[in-house]
Each structure stands twice: as structure tokens, then as C-alpha cells.
Write a protein that binds this ligand. Structure first.
Ligand code: NDP
Ligand code: MG
Ligand code: MG
Length: 340
């Protein structure tokens, strides 16, 4: 088994007395800044004037423009959207990167694909929580944590790994487990996971199932409950005890159907397509396309986003969920956290 680090394995003293600047106050930013502060670290927030700036101030944090925060800090955590990081780095962070400072990321995209090339005399490492930002905050508050990956890209001071572990402990991740990886492994597996399985694969599977039922003449509301609503209950069982736990809980009829029909839907051909997706991540084609799409102002992203929001599964779902306020709990909590 891979080496795991937990609270008792981490000496946070190395990070005490160093000023940490959390750059960005969005999903991850608000969680890191508040958790680190409550863990007793010296934290400031760097963000442009606007919504996030005001929000961080309301939350009782010291907030500065990005360049000022980067200049004042010893450890600079970049929690801006990946496609914005390079410009902000070049204009506002790079000038502040004097020898011995640490530059930190929560995802390896820009370092791995060579968009950001830091000077050799700074530490560059990653602390990547494996969960959405609002959960990083919510679990910390309840005494738990979201696991995280750490990785070292440059160790100029000889302390990069200790700093990464201390930071991970500060955001609460070492309560759940911290695992060392590389920027390459984190970037490629993270992109593959979200594209092939978690986001892309799942939405395509759910939509195809919904369309198959509706095209066969079944009621859209029945189809929605069957292939989307119930998915959460099935995934919760897998989360709690693996696939075997889910199969233990479903009927034998469902389990037999799982065995004989699952491989007819997700076939060897699907796996071959997954390998193509992985190759495009590994060879940089996906990254290039996404960077170009952003430079052009996202024409394709916006068009697909509009079309997707008009899909029948979304309109049916909006109506059904309006009648089930309890289903919206998670979303409400997220909104409260982001807005508080
Ligand atoms: P968000 O989109 O939530 O971050 C937005 C923040 O960045 C806002 O505070 C926004 O301020 C600020 N911002 C955007 N553009 C600029 C700019 N030009 N100058 C200054 N501030 C700016 O990002 P995430 O938290 O989703 O992602 C941050 C990093 O964490 C990424 O590397 C991502 O891959 C990684 N990550 C994210 C996860 C998640 O849960 N979302 C999970 C694990 C890793 P304003 O309000 O002014 O727009
Ligand atoms: Mg990701
Ligand atoms: Mg059923």
C-alpha cells in the first residue's frame, strides 16, 4: 500500500511563522484560507477588487490585491481558475517570487503543461484536496477532512515536502489521509477521471439512458427518477463499501442484470475510447485545445453549455426537484458557504 500521512505524522512547526497568501477566494480559496486561519497559521488573501475581495473581508480575513499579497507572503497558494493562472502569475506573482519562497498549487495543470515556469530558487509543490472546496470547509468545521495529494516539483530549500505536509494538515486533509504523487500523475489522472468517468462519462451515460426510455415512449418523469435521481443512492453505497457493498444491497435480479447488461453497454470499444481520451491528455492535445478555447473567448464551451442546459432531462429535473426541497440541501449549504 502507498505511504499515507496522517495528523500524527506531520510537524506543522515548519509552516509556523511563515506568512501564507491564498490567491483567489472561490471554491478552494475560501476553504483553505479559513481552515488555515483556524488551524493557527498566519494567512492573508490575495484577490482582485470585487465580489471575492468583499466576501473575504466579511469573513474576517486580511485581503490585499494579488501583487501585494504575493510580495508580503513566504508561501503563495494559487487558487485561481486554471485558465487564468498564467496571466495573473506573470503579471502579479512572478515579480514577488524571491529566493526561498514557496509557490503552491492545488492542481498540476499549468506546471505540468509548461504554462508557468517558476524560477529555480523557489519551492514549488502541490496540495490538492480530492474534493470540492465547500466540502473542504464543511468537513473541517465538523472535525473531519477531505483527503489530499501532495507533490514536489522543485525543492529549493530542502523543506518542500515538510511544508506541503504542514499545509495539508492545516487545511484538515491529514485527518483523512495525505498521499504523495507527482505533478504528472495528479494532472493526468485528475483530467482523465473527470472526463472519462466522474463528469463526462457519467453525464453521457445518464443522458443516453434517459433518451432511450423517453424515445421508447416512457414518461420523462419516470425516466428521470430511474436514471438520474436514483444514481446518488447507488453511488452512496459504492462510496461506503465499494461495488460489492452496492451489490449486496440491491436485489438479486438487479445484480444479475448488472452482470449481464453492464458489459453490453460499457464495452471493450468504450474502454478503447477511454484510452484515446487518456492519450490526448498525456500528449497535451486536450490541454492545447482548452487553452486555445479560452484565448478565443470560449465559443464552443458557451455553445455546448447553452445546448446542454436546454436538454429535456434538465427541464424535467427542475420541475421534479422543486417538489423535493430536501434534495436541494447540499446545494443550499454550498451557496451559504460561498456567500457567507
Ligand atoms: P474558482 O473558480 O472557484 O476561483 C475563483 C477565484 O479566483 C475567485 O475568488 C475569483 O475572484 C478569482 N479570480 C479569477 N480571476 C482572477 C484574476 N484575474 N485576478 C484575481 N483573482 C481572480 O476556482 P477553484 O477553487 O475551483 O479552483 C482553484 C484551483 O483549485 C484550480 O487550480 C483547480 O484546478 C483546483 N481545484 C479545484 C477544486 C474544486 O473544488 N473546485 C478541487 C481540487 C482542485 P472574483 O470573485 O473577483 O472573480
Ligand atoms: Mg480537476
Ligand atoms: Mg430500479
Amino acid at each position: 500500500m502507498a505511504k499515507m500521512y496522517y495528523n500524527q505524522d506531520v510537524n506543522e512547526a515548519v509552516l509556523q511563522g511563515r506568512k501564507i497568501a491564498v490567491i483567489g477566494y472561490g471554491s478552494q480559496g475560501h476553504a483553505h484560507a479559513q481552515n488555515l486561519k483556524e488551524s493557527g497559521f498566519d494567512v492573508i488573501v490575495g484577490v482582485r477588487p470585487g465580489k471575492s475581495f468583499a466576501m473575504a473581508q466579511e469573513d474576517g480575513l486580511q485581503v490585499y490585491p494579488v501583487a501585494e499579497a504575493a510580495a508580503a507572503a513566504d508561501v503563495i497558494m494559487v487558487l485561481l481558475p486554471d485558465e487564468r493562472q498564467t496571466q495573473v502569475y506573470n503579471e502579479e506573482i512572478k515579480p514577488a517570487l524571491t529566493a526561498g519562497k514557496a509557490l503552491v498549487f492545488a492542481h498540476g495543470f499549468n506546471i505540468h503543461f509548461g504554462q508557468i515556469v517558476p524560477p529555480a530558487d523557489v519551492d514549488v509543490f502541490m496540495v490538492a484536496p480530492k474534493g470540492p472546496g465547500h466540502l473542504v470547509r464543511r468537513t473541517y468545521e465538523s472535525g473531519a477532512g477531505v483527503p489530499a495529494l501532495i507533490a514536489i516539483h522543485q525543492d529549493a530549500t530542502g523543506q518542500a515536502k515538510d511544508l506541503a505536509l504542514a499545509y495539508a494538515k492545516g487545511v484538515g486533509a491529514a485527518r483523512a489521509g495525505v498521499l504523495e504523487t507527482t505533478f504528472q500523475e495528479e494532472t493526468e489522472t485528475d483530467l482523465f477521471g473527470e472526463q472519462a468517468v466522474l463528469c463526462g462519462g457519467t453525464t453521457a451515460l445518464v443522458k443516453a439512458g434517459f433518451e432511450t426510455l423517453v424515445e421508447a415512449g416512457y414518461q420523462p418523469e419516470v425516466a428521470y427518477f430511474e436514471v438520474l435521481h436514483e444514481l446518488k443512492l447507488i453511488v452512496d453505497l459504492m462510496y461506503e463499501g465499494g461495488i460489492e457493498n452496492m451489490r449486496y444491497s440491491i436485489s438479486d435480479t438487479a445484480q444479475w442484470g448488472d452482470f449481464v447488461s453492464g458489459p453490453r453497454v460499457i464495452t471493450d470499444d468504450t474502454k478503447a475510447r477511454m484510452k484515446e481520451v487518456l492519450e490526448d491528455i498525456q500528449n497535451g492535445k486536450f490541454a492545447k485545445g482548452w487553452l486555445l478555447e479560452n484565448q478565443l473567448g470560449r465559443p464552443e464551451y458557451n455553445a455546448i453549455n447553452r445546448r446542454e442546459s436546454e436538454h429535456q432531462i434538465e427541464s424535467v429535473g427542475r420541475e421534479l426537484r422543486a417538489m423535493m426541497p430536501f434534495v436541494n440541501e447540499g446545494k443550499k449549504i454550498k451557496k451559504e458557504v460561498v456567500a457567507s
